[in-house]
Every structure is written in C-alpha cells, then in structure tokens.
Design a protein around this ligand. Structure first.
Ligand SMILES: Nc1ncnc2c1ncn2[C@@H]1O[C@H](COP(=O)(O)OP(=O)(O)O)[C@@H](O)[C@H]1O
Ligand SMILES: [Mg+2]
Length: 248
C-alpha cells in the first residue's frame, strides 16, 4: 500500500546551513508519527514540507504517492488538517466562522456547514450553544486550541499535522487536550504527524517516535522501544523523565 506520507532522502538547506539532512521516513496509514527533538532540530521544517509550505532542497516528500511539488498546493492543503501552537484563528471571525472556513471555501451549503461545525464543537468539548458565537479573544488558550483542532477536522481530511499544538498550555489543560487527541484518534483513525519537544507527550501520543537531532533522524522507534534506545540524544530526552537520576 502507498504510504500516506513518505520522506525520501529529504534535505533542506538555508544560507549554507543544513536544517534537515537526508531524512527518510514512511508514515503508515492510521499511525501517529511524533517528530521529537530539541528546539531547532528541524521538526517544523520537516512538517512544513508535507503541506508544501517549504520545498525540499534535495529528495522529495510524497503524499499519497505523489511528490508535493507536483500537487496543486491548494488541493494538497485541503487534504491536510494543520494545527499550530497559537491555533492561528482569525480574530474577527466567530468560533463557528473559523471552524467552517474550509467547508465554506469548498462551497458546502450553509445548513450542512452549520450541522458539521456544531457536531465538531461537541466532539472537541465546546458545547456550540455556549461557544459557537464567541470570538477567539473570548476563549482561554485551551479552548482556542480545541477550536484549532475542530477547524483542522472540518473538511474531514485524511491527514493531520500538529506543530506543538499544546506547548503553550498549562500542564493540566495540556493533559486534557492530549487525552482528547487520543480519543479523537481512536474514533477517527486519521493519519497524523505530531511535532513536540516533550518526551512525555511523545510517549503518550505516538505509535512511533522519530527523534531528530541537528536535522538528522537519530532514532525511529515505537514508544516501548524508544524507552530502551541507546543513542546519546535519546538518552538525553529519556533523562527528562526522571531528572533526579544520575546522568547516563
Ligand atoms: N528560513 C530560515 N532561514 C534560516 N534559518 C532557518 C529558517 N527556518 C528555520 N531555520 C533554522 O533552522 C533550524 C530548524 O528550525 P525548525 O525546523 O523551526 O526547528 P524546530 O521546529 O525543531 O524547533 C533552526 O535553527 C532555525 O533557526
Ligand atoms: Mg518548531
């Protein structure tokens, strides 16, 4: 079967610096690949190549068997839900308007959009009677991220990209949204690529963890195997789980 996403020897170079180096990875249908790594390790760069916000300097990223460079970028992005840290909501548009944005662009009839948006708001834990008419500034950070997730799901895309979606939230809210992510995944079975620098989050949500170090793939392992990984960068991340343990 054609993997939904395949990185093939991808490099990305800016100003003589290799931000991503010879990165290869097949993402299987229905799995959640976590790109884990320090700040600056190339995670966002790798993610932005999937929805063609960036083009590889070498190699290619295949989506459904076709290089991103041969997709019409608009069609490609409509197949991909994208959730970023500050949710990226339009400030002067209501919650309902923000979530219904892509279906509206696709010409879905207004009544159908409304039904869909209200169902999605329910799914992400925001009762529409209370939240549909609010503006982003009238929401907490956690509620804004829930709206961001609902918006990413609105056009029912087969692929979801998450770039540190819960990174700016307080720890209690973060755990609530992580649980919700797991519940949605169980229910919807979508393929996802999820970027984080938080090893706990990676272990919780990943089917496989891809650890990036200075633009290279350092480890690719299921969470249980990642816990036993030997490499220095993997050990550095695992040490975060128990800060009181002696350094490796
Ligand atoms: N357009 C750019 N020009 C120069 N450097 C960049 C550019 N985009 C990213 N970088 C650098 O590339 C590295 C990796 O960036 P990024 O993929 O955003 O890392 P991460 O998401 O893992 O924190 C960083 O050191 C960043 O400063
Ligand atoms: Mg980033």
């Amino acid at each position: 079967m054609t993997p939904p996403v395949s990185f093939r020897n991808v490099s990305y170079r800016v100003g003589g610096k290799d931000i991503l180096r010879d990165f290869s990875l097949d993402v299987a249908a229905g799995e959640t690949i976590v790109l884990l790594g320090r700040s600056g390790s190339g995670k966002t760069t790798a993610l932005k190549m999937v929805n063609a916000l960036l083009r590889p300097s070498a190699g290619e990223v295949m989506v459904d068997g076709r290089p991103t460079t041969s997709w019409d970028p608009i069609r490609l992005r409509r197949r991909i839900g994208y959730v970023i840290q500050e949710a990226g909501l339009f400030p002067h548009v209501t919650v309902e308007g923000n979530v219904g944005l892509v279906p509206r662009l696709e010409g879905t009839p207004a009544a159908a959009i409304r039904t869909r948006v209200h169902a999605l708001l329910d799914q992400v834990g925001l009762p529409p009677a209370q939240f549909a008419a609010r503006y982003p500034r009238e929401l907490s950070g956690g509620q804004r991220q829930r709206v961001g997730v609902a918006r990413a799901l609105a056009a029912d895309p087969p692929l979801l990209l998450f770039d540190e979606p819960f990174g700016a939230l307080d720890p209690v809210t973060r755990v609530e949204l992580q649980r919700q992510f797991l519940e949605l995944r169980r229910r919807l079975g979508k393929t996802a690529i999820f970027v984080t620098h938080d090893v706990r989050e990676a272990l919780l949500v990943a089917t496989r963890i891809a650890l990036l170090h200075e633009g290279r793939l350092a480890v690719l392992a299921a969470p249980a195997d990642f816990l036993r990984a030997r490499g220095e960068e993997a050990r550095a991340f695992l040490a975060c789980l128990d800060p009181q343990a002696a350094p490796p």
